[in-house]
Design a protein around this ligand. Structure first.
Ligand code: BES
Ligand code: MN
Ligand code: MN
Length: 454
């Protein structure tokens, strides 16, 4: 093990160069014009798996973006770890707010800036490097390793969903190791035991058959933007509760023990508000910020458009207005059921004066990880060794829908070994990743492969 650790410490600079090359590929999964770069990113991952010494590496074509598979099964009788990650990234806009171009990685201080740095290229690469360190120094890994790296996480993981269902044997394992979440704070080893689910909807309101002069027609017909704003304003009550009938059915109460555990984390709502540039935190009455984001569901407008949105003033009544609305779900809530409840409620709120269309864009299940699973305990010990501190257990507000699928289809506990920070601007301009956590992540991963093999 010492050889492996020194090897990792000696290769710090090489790892950073490799990460930079990965980050130069603009693999934005949602843009049709990025198809070529998506393939480049898949090939990049396959190459890295090959040079790491995996015995089989394959790119699987799908209806969507390619999946990269790798395996090294040279430890018969030992457990198998399936490592999951995603090589796709979010769009970069608003591009003018980036301090350096999103696909020209730049190091400032201890951080590397680029789209995908923390979500998820930096976090994912960690595991390829730890496996490589074992194979290059000892010629073997203490257990069996499989990789499944996808290119559609940011758009709903549809192809991987199908692939898992059809390839349960290929993916057979004892745990799924994932680094695509966050540390509780800088330098604090963290394991996540809960993720929220998601249901994403679009509401379109259509009024007149064309845009109209807002003087000639103003006051005479229902304005789609006004109507849409009215609908949205009715989705929460004055206590910040979501008003959709049935929405909270099966939402478990937060237990006393859980509340106490959250208190131990000494979360500062003041600091949180300050860091986000808001005057105060806000949300469902009766809950703390930690509870609101980890253990309570939420509903938010992610985008709203219609009418004139250019500079200056144009007097116009829009023909159409659209809102994109997401709901974060907690264990107990079913995405499909929530979608139905949402549709029914919006239909009820919609006045006859306009035509309202509601679409279900995508959804995903929440996840809960059994903290006492041997793999999770091994991960806690591994991170503790790498970071030199006690591992903390947290939940997160974000979603990785495929985690629930892994747990259900492969019947194994996932390990959510997050290495990012929620302050690292994922999905936002100036995304970055702390290179200290990158290096500590490679060490954590290596210790995990050892710990879980014992
Ligand atoms: N890595 C994130 C999820 C995440 C971020 C979990 C931070 C915990 C902490 C992932 O890439 C992501 O962005 N997921 C999407 C869901 C998807 C269906 C678009 C999300 O949560 O919005
Ligand atoms: Mn991610
Ligand atoms: Mn993401």
């Amino acid at each position: 093990m010492e050889d492996v650790i020194s090897y990792i410490n000696e290769h710090k600079e090489t790892y950073i160069e490799e990460l930079k090359n990965f980050l130069r590929i603009p693999s934005i999964s949602t843009l049709p014009e990025s198809k070529g770069d998506i393939r480049k990113a898949a090939e990049f991952v396959a190459n890295k798996l090959n040079t790491a010494g995996m015995s089989r590496v394959e790119i699987f074509e799908t209806e969507g973006h390619p999946l990269v598979y790798g395996e090294w099964l040279g430890a018969p009788g030992k457990p198998t770890v399936l490592i999951y990650g995603h090589y796709d990234v979010q769009p970069v806009d608003p591009i003018e707010l980036w301090d350096s171009p999103p696909f020209e990685p730049e190091i400032r201080g201890t951080k590397i800036y680029a789209r995908g740095a923390t979500d998820d290229k930096g976090q994912m690469l960690v595991h390829i490097k730890s496996v490589e360190a074992f194979l290059k120094t000892t010629g073997s890994i203490p257990l069996n390793v499989k990789f499944i790296i996808e290119g559609e996480e940011e758009v709903g993981s549809e192809s991987l969903e199908t692939f898992i269902k059809n390839n349960v044997d290929l993916l057979k394992c004892d745990t799924v190791l994932i680094s695509d979440t966050s540390l509780y704070a800088e330098g604090i080893p963290t394991l996540t035991f809960g993720l929220r689910g998601l249901q994403y909807m679009e509401v379109e309101v259509v009024g007149p058959n064309r845009d109209l002069h807002s003087g000639t027609f103003g006051g005479a017909i229902a304005n789609p933007i006004n109507v849409l704003a009215g609908i949205i304003s009715k989705l929460h009550d004055k206590n910040g509760k979501i008003t959709i009938p049935g929405f909270y059915n099966n939402v478990p109460n937060i237990t006393k023990k859980e509340k106490e555990n959250y208190k131990l984390l000494k979360f500062s709502e003041k600091r949180y508000a300050k860091e986000l540039g808001v005057t105060e935190v806000y949300g469902e009455k009766g809950y703390s910020t930690v509870e609101r984001t980890w253990a309570r569901p939420s509903l938010d407008c992610n985008g709203i458009y219609g009418g004139f949105i250019g500079k200056g003033a144009k007097t116009v009544l829009p023909s159409k207005a659209t809102a994109k609305i997401s709901m974060r779900l907690v264990p107990g809530q079913e995405p499909k059921k929530i979608s139905k409840l949402f549709i029914n409620y919006i239909k009820k709120l919609a006045p006859k004066s306009v035509k309202v269309t509601i679409s279900d864009l995508h959804g995903g299940y929440p996840a809960i990880v059994p903290m006492d699973a041997p793999a999770v305990q091994a991960a806690a010990r591994a991170m503790e060794k790498a970071f030199g501190k006690k591992t903390v257990f947290i939940r997160e507000g974000g979603s990785i829908p495929i985690v629930a699928t892994f747990a259900k289809k492969l019947k194994v506990p996932p390990v959510l070994m997050g290495l990012g920070l929620n302050s690292e601007n994922l999905h936002s301009p100036n995304e970055h990743f702390d290179l200290r956590h990158f290096q500590l992540g490679i060490l954590s991963s290596a210790y995990f492969l050892k710990e879980f093999s014992l």
